[in-house]
Design a binder for this molecule. Sequence first.
Ligand code: SF4
Length: 321
Amino acid sequence: MTPESPQTQFVDVPEPAAIKQWATEQGILILAHSYQDGFLQEAAHFVGDSLELARKAAEEQPDAICFCGVHFMAETAKVLCPDADVFVPDMEAGCSLADSCKVEDLKKYQDHLEKKNGQRPVTISYVNCTAAVKAASDIICTSGNAEKVIRSFPENRPILFVPDMHLGGWLNETTGRDMTLWNGACEVHELFSVEELEKIQVKNPGSVTISHPECPKRVRDASDHILGTAGMLKMVKEAHGKTFIVGTEGNMIYRFEKEAPQNTYIPAPGASCACNLCPYMQKNTPEKLWQALQTRGPQITVPEDLMEGAQKSLARMLAIV
Ligand code: SF4
């Protein structure tokens, strides 16, 4: 569990509905990723995956956004709503995947590939990256729209896909492309254990295993369906009386149980834990949310020189899907 700071330890926090109401009165839009815990999801005006949250921010253009998610997501909201105050419950809520791709290294690698192949590759970046990496990319994608984004480029065009090697590997399989992959991974999805998954599958005959494309190939190969979180939600809503083994961050199950309670959900296990929770998402707590709303901070800033490049690469994605 994340230790609380002295400032937030003894904060008296209202119920989620009261927080939401208070934020509405203050003109603050609360956005929460589906990997946040149930309290934060209930307090939010809108819950979604990275693409849905980016779209919501761009459509609403509110004066203020409190973003319950991780840093790169709030940065994306700031890029799409540059005039808004965008703030987060905890500035330390980062992401191992975004951290795996530093913009200086990316630029060096782009130059290296251009020299080697005589053609600069198109850089497609998964949205889980910093604003600096977005600005150095040609286009952004999410797990839900990555196939469409890749197919929007001619087959003979070399592509560099960053930063998730597992998502990239899956996309190479599904699109038949041979993209050059960055060597990054999400530490949460890397932890799933095929051996433990297979034991749960044996104990639950007839169950359906749905896994996120950020999972390693061995986990994907042991799954029935590979889907982004929006695709998973669609599938479980359309199912009735099924048991789903869920290979993504454990809090996603809160949303499934709320929006599709007719099914049973079992978290896919790690080697030494019953489910995998993102330690970065968990840094956001009800106390920190309540404090952030009242102080409108800590605020997210994006350097001016990165804004235009990041806006362009995000706009290209939003125009495709
Ligand atoms: S679940 Fe993985 S990709 Fe998502 S924020 Fe956590 S570390 Fe990053």
